[in-house]
Design a protein around this ligand. Structure first.
Ligand code: CA
Ligand code: CA
Ligand code: CA
Ligand code: CA
Length: 481
């Protein structure tokens, strides 16, 4: 994966000097009320920054930010960690930030943000015990009747080498409102949990978990771990769940999804591969597999997608299912990384009967890009303009090739679905560019929630502040004819 510290460095390097914010919250409205921004005050993280030593790889960047913004060490880790957990389907849900030095100690506490009565984000609580290594992916789940979030944590990928890595857990995040949250590990086995998805695998009406372990761990070569939910809300982790694939060469674990591809009420499993490497006896020719039920009701291989296209040698780091052409079946969107400093996206169309065709070039005029051009790690898929077609929002680091310090080019993060025919990258739409005229630099932006006539994006700024941008569906009027 891309080092978040490298991302933070690339996101911070070479910027212009801007004015220091006056530390008051502000409501800025741009573009005829189509885009509005609500910033927090600069929040004080000095109490948790005491004694924190920033890894020497990134001290220069922090020095600049400390001179300009008095950025604390803890907040600097927040900016470099795109681990922003909240309940995707719950309006105004609290946000939990899980900062990490990634490859370096110390391990850092999680902190929550909640909304006050002026709808502005404010500090919730710290959880000093929840020092999650790297919250890699997460998904909403209903546990014992309550909506929660389950997190894949790959652990601390320490710079001291693979043998010293502290493998992570699968965690349950329970939000109680008002900034209160609890993070509880539910895995019986530590692993390099890289992706996660939720669905009722065994059809008992309770949400189960598919967690993808990436890499090799003695005694546990299986990339797919399943956690079956029990009646009392506990989970039974089945490490040998992949016995059904024992006759197949190893594909490895990168990302995974539970999807009903053929609309028969039973979930299929998508297992995706990481970068093409020289691993003898592994299947390095395929990008992902589909497992569905055989005549006995057991999982069996139904499809192997050949590596193809510009990102053929890349590794997938996320897989999303979405019916992007609105023909009634789930198509797949893969986030690709690992080709040097390159990242990208692949789109696979569901052709029925568990067959997929790579259609990236039909859907996108840009399928791969460099970290310098555009640093991101994952996407959110939602209908951003209210036309019924699912669009893509890149959760990414700024600035990038499309935006300077002092501006936020929202369009650069958006691939808008053009009537189910292709995605249009809105890299150059003046109406979607916010001038940050109070001097803010955006370190990280990610999709927060859909509203009836708008959507919102969460911002982490270099000056110890956060923000929410609300973008009206009407802001897209006229962009796609
Ligand atoms: Ca179940
Ligand atoms: Ca099915
Ligand atoms: Ca489709
Ligand atoms: Ca749309």
């Amino acid at each position: 994966m891309v080092s978040p510290l490298a991302l933070a460095v690339s996101a911070c390097g070479g910027g212009e000097t801007s004015e220091i914010n006056d530390e008051t919250s502000s409501d800025l409205v741009n573009n005829d009320n189509l885009i509005s921004t609500n910033y927090t005050e600069a929040l004080d993280f000095s109490s948790v920054s005491n004694g924190l030593e920033v890894p020497s790889t990134s001290t220069q960047v922090l020095e600049r930010l400390q001179q300009q913004y008095d950025t604390s060490e803890y907040f600097y880790a927040v900016m470099g960690s795109p681990n922003v957990i909240h309940m995707p389907n719950e309006e105004d849900s609290d946000i939990v930030l899980i900062p990490s030095w990634y490859a370096y100690e110390p391990f850092l506490p999680a902190v929550s943000l909640t909304k006050d009565d002026t709808n502005t984000l404010v500090l919730g609580q710290f959880d000093e015990a929840a020092t999650i290594g790297w919250a890699r992916n997460w998904a909403e789940i209903v546990v014992d009747g309550k909506t929660m979030v389950v997190i894949a944590d790959h652990g601390h990928e320490l710079s001291t080498g693979y043998n010293t890595w502290k493998f992570g857990d699968v965690w349950l995040a329970d939000f109680s409102g008002g900034g209160e949250f609890a993070l509880t590990p539910i895995s019986s086995e530590n692993a390099f949990y890289h992706d996660i998805d939720v669905g009722d695998i065994d059809g008992d009406g309770l949400d189960d978990i598919l967690a993808i372990h990436m890499g090799i761990k003695d005694g546990d070569p299986s990339p797919l771990h399943v956690f079956f939910q029990q009646e009392d809300g506990s989970f039974d982790q089945q490490i040998g769940f992949m016995d059904f694939s024992s006759e197949l060469p190893e594909l490895g674990g990168a990302a995974g999804a539970l999807v009903d591809l053929n609309s028969d009420g039973q979930l299929e499993i998508i297992q995706t591969a990481y970068v093409q490497r020289d691993f003898p006896n592994w299947d390095m020719d395929h990008q992902f597999r589909v497992y569905g039920r055989d005549a006995n009701g057991d999982f069996a291989l139904k499809f192997s997608a050949p590596r193809s296209g510009e990102a053929a040698g890349f590794g997938s780091s996320n897989v999303y299912d979405a019916d992007i052409d609105m023909d009634g079946d789930a198509d797949l969107i893969l986030y690709m990384e690992g080709g040097g400093d390159m990242q990208g996206i692949q789109i696979w169309e569901n052709e029925g009967n568990f067959n997929f065709t790579e259609v990236t070039d039909d859907w996108l005029n840009i399928g791969i890009w460099s970290n310098q051009e555009f640093s991101n790690r994952d996407f959110s898929i939602a209908d951003l303009n209210g036309d019924g077609f699912l669009d893509i929002f890149f959760n990414g680091f700024g600035p990038n090739n499309y935006q300077e310090y002092g501006t936020l080019n929202l369009g650069a993060y958006i691939f808008l679905n053009n009537n189910g025919e292709n995605f249009v990258h809105l890299m150059d739409e003046d109406g979607l560019v916010i001038e940050a005229d109070d001097g803010k630099e955006v370190a990280h932006s990610r999709f927060y929630q859909s509203n009836e006539n708008s959507f919102e994006v969460f911002l982490i700024n270099h000056d110890n502040s956060f923000g929410l941008v609300e973008i009206s569906h009407s802001a897209f009027d006229g962009i796609i004819a």
